[in-house]
Design a protein. Structure first.
Length: 116
């Protein structure tokens, strides 16, 4: 299944995540996301954590435009990435990426560093 949504809904103007998220508290989202993964796995279901590395702090619907998130790596580590890290520890199957632009570009830099 394409769940759970692991985005932290920390932007009240977000038109896409809103009630699909477990909430605005990253610790709560992490706990509930992990519980979802455990329950689904115990029931024999395959889970997909989404939308990595986070789609909660956007005000643009990524299906009609390109949201830009200004967070730096420290901000991502303390907010957006917590639920994904917990779900991975819990054994979530694949992780679905978000189609958003992260201005910090840490993914691109890290990939380039590892490839070159």
């Amino acid at each position: 299944m394409f769940a759970p949504v692991l985005d932290v809904n920390n932007n009240p103007e977000n038109p896409v995540i809103a009630s699909r998220s477990f909430g605005a508290d990253p610790d709560l989202v992490a706990r509930l996301g992990a519980a979802f993964v455990r329950g689904a796995r115990d029931g024999g279901a395959f889970t997909t954590g989404k939308h990595f590395p986070g789609h909660g702090d956007t005000s643009v619907d990524s299906h009609v435009g390109l949201p830009v998130i200004e967070a730096d790596r420290a901000g991502l580590d303390t907010l957006e990435l917590l639920p994904f890290a917990q779900a991975i520890r819990e054994g979530v199957d694949p992780i679905m990426t978000a189609h958003v632009s992260f201005q910090a570009c840490w993914v691109q830099r890290r990939c380039r560093q590892r490839i070159t």
